[in-house]
Design a protein around this ligand. Structure first.
Ligand code: SAH
Length: 245
């Protein structure tokens, strides 16, 4: 039997944002190894598969990456059709490429399937265009959480003129704000904080760079959330005001 692992993006949460290709892979799956940011509702597409949770989120002890690697390999070598299901897109802060490389080194065929990443889903759901003609000529996705000590070039980010979408930022709001202010971003730069993007529980908090820490505390912002920092973060508000005027 052909050993194969599908590395599949489950999208941001709304099961209707799964791709058709993801659904096809799930339909064929015999084993589904699932991260905790994945909405379990998507498992309706693989009712007879064995579901193996391998999440790593806060509180519980994490499943070591090496263990996940070995487990994928074991199932694949048994000839099983394995789907490794990850939140959002497997290659946006998802270690998808590390897992693909490791499997390939061990002779396992890998196929990746895109998912809609949380930053894009959250912004669009809130009516925020991440790029906007004449306002934002680009968008930069960054993580506020790094495993090593190498820090981002915040000055370049602060002055780059692109919209910033910050992942894993809830516990690092103060650092993000300070780094961008020190880097030269204006204090009243609009910020949108979007929690549980695309899910029925989605909430958004509009703020500014200067005020975002206090506003997030008052709002009781919780993970998972993304931050959208840039002029566009108030675009939809203007739109709403214009419509209600
Ligand atoms: N591969 C995922 C990102 C994994 S990193 C993707 O492409 O979306 C985990 C971070 O993603 C969280 O800390 C949060 O910043 C963001 N995230 C994931 N799902 C989210 C959601 N439904 N709403 C808001 N942010 C989310």
């Amino acid at each position: 039997m052909n050993a194969k692992v599908w590395l599949v993006g489950a999208g941001p949460g709304d099961p209707e944002l799964l791709t058709l290709k993801a659904v096809k892979a799930l339909n064929q799956a015999e084993v589904v190894m699932i991260d905790d940011l994945v909405n379990p509702a998507v498992l309706e597409h693989c009712p007879s598969a064995r579901i193996v949770p391998v999440g790593k989120r806060g509180g519980c002890r994490s499943t070591p990456q090496a263990f996940i690697h070995r487990l994928m390999l074991r199932y694949a070598r048994q000839g099983k059709c394995v789907v490794r299901l990850k939140g959002g897109d497997p290659c946006i802060f998802g270690r998808g490429s590390e897992e693909a490389d490791w499997l390939a080194e061990h002779g396992i065929e890998v196929e990746m399937v895109n998912g809609i990443t949380a930053g894009l889903a959250g912004a669009t759901n809130c009516g925020i265009p991440l790029t906007l003609r004449g306002v934002a000529r680009g968008v930069t996705l960054v993580t506020a959480h790094t495993q090593d000590d190498s820090s981002l070039n915040w000055q370049a980010l602060a002055q780059g003129g692109t919209t910033l979408v910050v992942y894993m930022g809830v516990a690092k709001l103060g650092e993000v704000r300070d780094s961008l202010l020190t880097g030269g971003m204006r204090a009243d730069m609009p910020v949108a904080m979007i929690e549980n993007a695309s899910l029925p529980e989605q909430r958004e908090c509009r703020s500014s760079l200067q005020r975002m820490l206090g506003d997030a505390a008052a709002f009781q912002l919780k993970s998972p959330a993304i931050l959208v920092i840039g002029e566009v973060a108030e675009a939809a508000q203007h739109l709403a005001l214009a419509q209600s005027a």
